[in-house]
Design a protein around this ligand. Structure first.
Ligand code: GLU
Length: 284
């Protein structure tokens, strides 16, 4: 075990992000209750170790669409917003039930780009997170998809989770995804692609490894959004790990310091301003 990995067990404030495709059965698109249950148990166990825990979860739009029995075809934005209103409530109902089974209190926080760009909103969101964490509550975060259209959307939960990580000064972000971590090239097309276990510094060459492809049909994140997330998290002073969600018990293995997934080392950048970064998202 390397020193870098061992240091993970000392992290105090942890944001865990899980994507839609990690929470659903691939064949039917319905929620995978076993995965949800394992996820909640892992998070509660972290809380029981005295750590601050935040969950960033996708799945609202997919859950809403399922609830009204509509297929995956492309829908206008207003329809997706209606699905997210239905699905977010359903998702929270399930999370609340599972968290309370383990005697933990959870809370919902929905954010948009404006939450960060507007000074008063950012200040309020920061205070709300701080109070919830002081109370020992586990905030469950998603984008406020019911109001977020292109102009004000963050757009994907990889980026959202890194923004949350920076906002609350977390020291670790774990991105659970349908990939093992970062490869030198897309391993689905290139058998020569090499797995990268540790990224000490997020150079331009590493940033170029981002591809917008994703293996799933329900999430919005590819490697590109994960590298943007890594930029935000590491500049804000947090380590970030991308790991495969096929077995969600990976969370405690990571926390034990095992060499799993890709670790991006924190490089706090004193010139990094979250507000400016978020304001310029999607502009380049
Ligand atoms: N916020 C969206 C949802 O909950 C998902 C965004 C994403 O998958 O990155 O459905």
């Amino acid at each position: 075990m390397s020193g870098l990995r061992e240091a993970i067990s000392d992290k105090k404030r942890i944001v865990v992000k899980i994507g839609s495709s990690s929470l659903r059965h691939a064949e039917t698109g319905d929620l995978d209750y076993i995965k949800l249950e394992v996820l909640v148990r892992e998070l509660c166990n972290l809380r029981n170790q005295g750590k601050d825990v935040v969950l960033v979860t996708s799945g609202a739009i997919a859950a809403g669409r399922k609830a009204v029995h509509i297929g995956k075809e492309d829908h206008p934005i207003a329809v997706k917003q209606a699905y997210s209103a239905i699905g977010q409530a359903r998702l929270m109902m399930i999370y609340q039930k599972l968290f309370s089974e383990y005697n933990q209190v959870s809370a919902q926080i929905l954010m948009s780009k404006n939450t960060i760009v507007d000074d008063l909103n950012r200040f309020n969101a920061h205070n709300t997170f701080s109070e919830l964490l002081k109370l020992g509550v586990i905030p469950v975060v998603n984008e406020n998809d019911t109001v977020a259209t292109y102009e004000i959307e963050i757009g994907d939960n990889d980026t959202l989770s890194a923004i949350v990580c920076a906002l609350i000064e977390a020291d670790l972000l774990i991105l659970l995804s349908d990939i093992d971590g970062l490869y030198s090239d897309n391993p689905r097309n290139n058998p020569e692609a090499k797995f990268i276990s540790v990224v000490e510094e997020l150079t331009d060459d590493i940033m170029k490894m981002g591809t917008t492809e994703t293996g799933s049909s329900c999430g919005t994140g590819g490697m590109n959004t994960k590298l943007i997330a890594a930029k935000i998290a590491t500049c804000a002073g947090a380590d970030m790990i991308i790991a495969n969600s096929s077995d969600i018990r990976v969370i405690h293995r990571i926390m034990d310091g095992r060499d799993i997934g890709t670790l991006f080392k924190a490089h706090k950048d004193e010139n990094f301003y979250l507000k400016d970064f978020v304001q310029n998202l999607h502009r380049s």
